[in-house]
Design a protein around this ligand. Structure first.
Ligand code: GLU
Length: 282
């Protein structure tokens, strides 16, 4: 089945949660990530820029230390993120090298979106990386983010990045095929996030791997669609999922963006900040 995409896809932001990166032993899912890197190469050949927002630092940090039980202490989690972030980037670097690509690391916090100068610096750096045909790999800077200002498992961060980069599509890869309706079928397309849709998203999941679940994904979709970026929530286990999505296959749940008039630079920054602030409590 095909899907009428509302604009040509020239730039996509792909969000990978910790469960996409690491297995239950907190070891990297190398075969899966290597398939993803092949898809990124294929998309680049088709003229599509790809930006990754990747979690997995805490999980891989736990793996590096031989742990399988997540600490409750913030400083301990931050330490694992610092250790695991190095492992994560090493992995991406090796796998992307196999398809003749390179990557650059970007670590962001809420302050980088709150402050206009930092917001513009982040945008300019990412644009410059993309111009070199290098893949920006973004994660939250867990060393300085505290619980109160954390994005969660990067769902909301990916939505802010998609807005910042004026992406044509945000793809949130997860372990479910999309948003399920009451009839247990996955919605193909959603035009408006109503309270009923939010109700279907249910509560937030807490696991050894990460915090998140459908609720934070729907919060992220709200931010991105308000910021004029359409989104797809789907499973990272579907073969060639990114390439097929960009080529118009009706995979997962597609959330249509809000149509807003063009905003000038300053108003656009204020607008993206407010999209996040409106959802921040979630
Ligand atoms: N930024 C974190 C990571 O990459 C988010 C996931 C978490 O809280 O476990 O590991």
């Amino acid at each position: 089945m095909t899907r009428a995409l509302h604009r040509p896809i020239k730039r996509i932001v792909v969000k990978l949660g910790s469960s996409q990166i690491a297995d239950f032993a907190m070891k990297p899912k190398v075969a899966k990530l290597s398939g993803l890197c092949r898809q990124i190469k294929e998309l680049q050949t088709q003229g599509v820029e790809v930006v990754l927002v990747s979690s997995g630092a805490i999980a891989l940090g736990m793996g590096e230390l031989g742990e399988s039980v997540r600490s409750q202490e913030l400083a301990q989690l931050q330490a694992r993120a610092a250790i695991g972030q190095a492992a994560l980037m090493r992995l991406y670097s090796i796998l992307l090298h196999k398809v003749s690509l390179k990557c650059g690391q970007i670590l962001l916090t809420w302050d980088d979106f709150d402050d206009r100068t930092r917001f513009l610096n982040a945008r300019h750096t990412m644009e410059a990386i993309l111009k070199q045909r290098v893949i920006p790999i973004i994660n939250e800077n867990d060393t300085t983010s505290t619980e109160e200002i954390k994005f969660g498992d990067n769902d909301k961060l990916s939505a802010l990045v998609a807005g910042l980069l004026r992406a044509d599509l945000l793809v949130i890869l997860s372990d479910v095929e999309g948003l399920y309706g009451a009839n247990k079928k996955v919605f193909n397309e959603i035009k408006e996030i109503t309270p009923e849709i939010e109700g279907l998203a249910g509560g937030t999941k807490n696991t050894q791997m990460a915090r998140g679940g459908m609720k934070t994904k729907i919060d992220a979709v709200k931010i991105a669609t308000q910021a004029r970026v359409p989104c797809v929530i789907t499973s990272g286990d579907i073969k060639d999922v990114l390439v097929r999505l960009v080529n118009g296959e009706a995979i997962g749940t597609y959330f249509i963006e809000k149509v807003n008039k063009e905003l000038d630079g300053e108003t656009e920054h204020e607008f993206i900040r407010s999209c996040f602030k409106n959802c921040k409590g979630g």
